[in-house]
Design a protein around this ligand. Sequence first.
Ligand SMILES: [Zn+2]
Length: 322
Amino acid sequence: MLGHDDVRQWLSCAIAARRVAAAYLFTGPDGVGKAGMAIQFAAALRCTGQGGWTCGRCGECLRVARGVHPNLRVFTKPADKTEFPVELVREICDEAGVKQLEPGARVFVVHDADRFNESSANALLKTLEEPPAGLTFVLLAANVADVLPTILSRCQPVRFGALNPAQVEQISRSWENQPVNPDTRALLVRASQGSPGRLKRMLEYGTWNAVSGFLETVARDPFAAAEKLAESVHEAEENESRRERLREALGVLSAVLRDRLAGALVPQAAPLLARAAPGAGGPRNADTLLAALERLDDLRRRVDGNANLKLACDAVALQWPA
Ligand SMILES: [Zn+2]
């Protein structure tokens, strides 16, 4: 794992000083490496080596890495739910209270901490505040602004920044479905916004092709562009995978708009997508682009909720500043 050296060092110091908090909240862009770091942290807490972090070789490290260590548990919001269900929180709390099979540190990794509602958050508070001895919670969330204050105030915050293009490039080097053309590759890395996880999904879903097709068409014929986008989304069979694909496409479109906005503000330093993405010759008025970006963010939130995907594709095409 590459990048986030500051976070690794900070957590390593906490272990060395025996000052590990009861609960951490890892926040930062989706796919940037928060979950990977949580697993490494769990391994580091159990490691029998001497390095102060995970050695990657001892039995403890290997069992954690393979996902078979009973003292590491990972909880994720079910894919078909938009909010973290209170029933799952009760399971987490019950399990926290059960006598553990192996002594020593335990780690509960909880994804989607920005999807708690009032009742699921309330159900977790007591355990989060005073977990049984040796248990550490690591909560993960893309956006700290979406985490309820009651959760936020009980966790030690840990921020994950975006990785730089060279780091994303290096992590992704061996992955499949890479574009052969180095210029296209650079565009994809830029569109990932410093998130290897996002790049991986873009490659898997063919997001860049879908977005390129959209951008090439939208000025001339927004309805045809909406149709192309909807078709690429509907290549997936299940509704939740379709939602996921549209979410990725909107994320890439948002990256394009951000670069175009930066280019509008400082034309001599226009970032890559503003110069080289299809449709880069569109409007350069900063107010227009900012308004479009806000509408797109709003649409992304509705797609996260339960918006009709076909209508969302129409909306993004009709509102696009082409
Ligand atoms: Zn080890």
